[in-house]
Design a protein around this ligand. Structure first.
Ligand code: C5P
Length: 285
């Protein structure tokens, strides 16, 4: 495939990738399900040289929060994001820090008087963007009734709003994420379910076994992510025939590329488009 020969495409075992693509093609749409991360996988990491916000980052806008609250959250992000992508630490070592980050930031969010009514405007005024070709991917999957699970350690309400504003939230899509809980006045008072952080997506996927049970005849998976934790998003799927893993590597490419190539079938560096994924999907569907 020409699309797999670009300078930003990195594949450790080309034969294995070709075999997996052939198996996905053989199974077609009816055997396929897509499981994807959101922040920096479906959304852009950067646009015109400027880093785009994550779901949490969108909430950290002047529209929603005071300057001092934003500073507090920014300080946490500076500290903990570097741990999230530290290649010298194991996932096991990172988990307590991730829990600490989410707990601290969620406590600050609870004191920030976040209103449901602010969500749409904060998305509209932010610099968030879906990757080029995301809209086409969503349409293609919906047209072929291929289920798309978006599994995110971000904020579910925000990512749903991003998709609705920038594209279309189709009936084949399901979100598993941290959804906010609001009181009758529309003020955020917590989260609806157990915390999903970057490295516990394995627990989350098992909790959503009913979803996977409903689509259990779909043995082929296209898995999209940007973090080692995303590799576990399909842990709840039983009897997997073929799982093609595409990893989007955005940060610290020089130090992380080798470990990403060991873990993901295809690694795309600094790719702000869904071109490779869409090219594969057009062969499969
Ligand atoms: O969609 P995804 O699972 O990638 O969302 C999680 C992302 O949100 C992480 O990559 C993390 O860097 C980011 N995050 C953040 N602020 C927080 C917690 C997580 O920007 N308070």
């Amino acid at each position: 495939m020409d699309i797999l020969t670009g300078p930003n495409v990195h594949i450790k075992d080309k034969t294995a990738v070709n075999e997996k693509i052939k198996a996905l093609m053989k199974g077609g749409s009816k055997s396929l399900q897509v499981i994807s991360d959101f922040d920096r996988t479906l959304s852009r990491h950067s646009y015109k040289g400027k880093v785009c916000p994550s779901c949490h980052g969108i909430l950290e806008s002047g529209l929603v929060m005071s300057e001092s609250t934003r500073m507090e959250l920014q300080e946490l992000k500076t500290k903990y994001y570097s741990i999230e992508i530290d290649h010298n630490m194991t996932i096991k070592e990172k988990i307590p820090y991730m829990i600490e980050w989410y707990e601290k930031s969620h406590t600050i969010m609870l004191g920030a008087n976040i209103l449901k009514d602010h969500i749409a405007d904060s998305v509209r005024e932010s610099n968030v963007r879906l990757k080029d070709g995301c809209d086409e991917m969503f349409t293609l999957l919906n047209n072929h009734s291929v289920p798309l699970l978006i599994f995110s350690a971000g904020v579910g309400d925000i990512l749903k709003e991003v998709i609705s504003q920038k594209s279309t939230f189709h009936p084949n899509m399901k979100i598993v994420s941290n959804f906010m809980k609001f009181n009758e006045k529309g003020k955020m008072i917590g989260f609806l379910s157990d915390l999903i952080h970057v490295f516990n997506k394995n627990e989350g996927s098992l909790c959503h076994s009913q979803y996977f049970n409903d689509i259990r005849h779909r043995h082929n998976i296209l898995l999209l992510g940007d973090s080692m934790g995303d590799l576990h998003m399909a842990d709840g799927v039983e009897d997997v025939s073929t799982c093609l893993k595409i990893g989007y590597l955005n940060d610290k490419v020089d130090v992380l590329l080798d470990s990403f190539m060991d873990a993901w079938d295809i690694v795309l560096t600094d790719d702000q488009s869904m071109d490779v994924t869409n090219a594969i999907l057009s062969l499969v569907t």
